[in-house]
Design a protein around this ligand. Structure first.
Ligand SMILES: [Zn+2]
Length: 94
C-alpha cells in the first residue's frame, strides 16, 4: 500500500487555511507584497502553528467547510493568518 504516493493522508488544514486566506484575509487587507512567494510563506507559517486535522482525500470541500464554519477554528485561523502576514511583511523571504 503506497500511502505516501497515493496521498491518502491529507491535512485538512491545508485547504482550510488557503480557503480562509483567500476568502477572509485577502479581501480585507492589502498585502505589502502580494507575490505568490509571500502568500505561500504566510500559509506555511500559519499551517505550522495551527493544529493539524488529518483526513483522507475522499472528503470533499463541503466537509472541509463544515469543519470550520461551525467551530472556533475559523477565528483561530484568521488570527494566526493575521499574525503570519505581519511576520512575512517584516521579513520578506526575497
Ligand atoms: Zn513577495
Amino acid at each position: 500500500m503506497e500511502l505516501t504516493q497515493d496521498k491518502t493522508i491529507l491535512n485538512a488544514m491545508e485547504p482550510i487555511v488557503i480557503n480562509i486566506f483567500e476568502e477572509h484575509v485577502l479581501p480585507n487587507r492589502t498585502l505589502k507584497c502580494d507575490c505568490n512567494k509571500c502568500k505561500l510563506d504566510i500559509i506555511l507559517l500559519t499551517l505550522n502553528r495551527v493544529q493539524p486535522h488529518y483526513t483522507s482525500t475522499q472528503v470533499g470541500e463541503a466537509y472541509i467547510k463544515a469543519l470550520y464554519m461551525n467551530s472556533q477554528m475559523l477565528s483561530d485561523v484568521i488570527q494566526e493568518l493575521a499574525r503570519s502576514v505581519l511576520i512575512v511583511e517584516q521579513n520578506p523571504n526575497h
